[in-house]
Design a protein around this ligand. Structure first.
Ligand code: MG
Ligand code: ZN
Length: 197
C-alpha cells in the first residue's frame, strides 16, 4: 500500500435515506418502522463508486427513539439492517456502523455533536489518514462531531442555511464542503463533472 486509506463516515437519516415527517415535532423523524425506510435512489450507485475508488465507508447515527419510548430496540436494529441492505444493493460496502441509542439528556460521549461515534469508527479502521477522511451529514451536529474528531466535514441539504447559522453560532470552522446531496459530495470528491439532476 503506497497510501493510507481514507474513511468516509456517513450520517444516515437525510443523507442515505429519507427522514419521515412528524406533525408533532419541528424536526422530521428517523424511520421508526422498517416499512418507513426509503433509501434515496441515487445512493446505492454512489456508495459503489466510493467503494470502487478505494474509500472505506462507515455510518455514524444518533437513534434516540427507543430511549424516548417511541419504539423498541429490536425494531430500530431492523430499520438499520434495512438501510444497510438498501444502500449496499449495488455493491458499495459499509464497513461498520456506529449507533448512539441515547437521548441528549443522557449525557453520553457518543451522541453527535460529540465525537465518540466517529472515534469508534476511526478505532475500528486504524490504518486511515484522519486528516483526509470525512464526516458527511445534514446537520450542524454532524459537522461539529467531524471537527471534534479532526476530520474534513461535508454539510448536505441545508437550503435555508439553518444548519450553517447554527455552526457559525457554535464557532465551527467548517464545513469544508457544502452541497445539496450525496451526489454533489461524491462528484466533488472524485473530481467528476457535476451530474444533471
Ligand atoms: Mg441526518
Ligand atoms: Zn450515546
Amino acid at each position: 500500500m503506497d497510501q493510507l486509506a481514507r474513511l468516509i463516515i456517513l450520517d444516515r437519516d437525510g443523507v442515505l435515506n429519507a427522514t419521515v415527517p412528524n406533525p408533532l415535532e419541528a424536526r422530521p423523524d428517523s424511520p421508526l418502522r422498517v416499512e418507513e425506510v426509503s433509501v434515496f435512489p441515487a445512493v446505492p450507485a454512489l456508495l459503489r463508486r466510493l467503494t470502487d475508488a478505494g474509500f472505506l465507508l462507515a455510518i455514524a447515527t444518533n437513534q434516540p427513539a427507543y430511549a424516548k419510548g417511541k419504539t423498541s430496540l429490536a425494531v430500530l436494529q431492523q430499520v438499520h439492517e434495512r438501510v444497510l441492505q438498501g444502500v449496499q444493493s449495488e455493491g458499495g460496502i459499509i464497513a461498520s456502523s456506529h449507533i448512539c441509542f441515547h437521548r441528549a439528556e443522557d449525557g453520553c460521549d457518543c451522541r453527535k455533536p460529540r465525537a465518540g461515534l466517529l472515534n469508534a469508527a476511526l478505532a475500528r479502521h486504524p490504518a486511515v489518514d484522519r486528516t483526509r477522511s470525512w464526516m458527511v451529514g445534514d446537520r450542524a451536529t454532524d459537522v461539529l462531531a467531524g471537527e471534534a474528531a479532526g476530520l474534513q466535514t461535508a454539510l448536505l441539504s441545508d437550503p435555508l442555511g439553518v444548519e450553517r447559522r447554527a455552526l457559525a453560532g457554535a464557532g465551527a470552522v467548517g464545513p469544508s464542503f457544502c452541497g445539496d446531496d450525496l451526489q454533489d459530495f461524491v462528484c466533488f470528491l472524485l473530481a467528476a463533472p457535476p451530474h444533471e439532476k
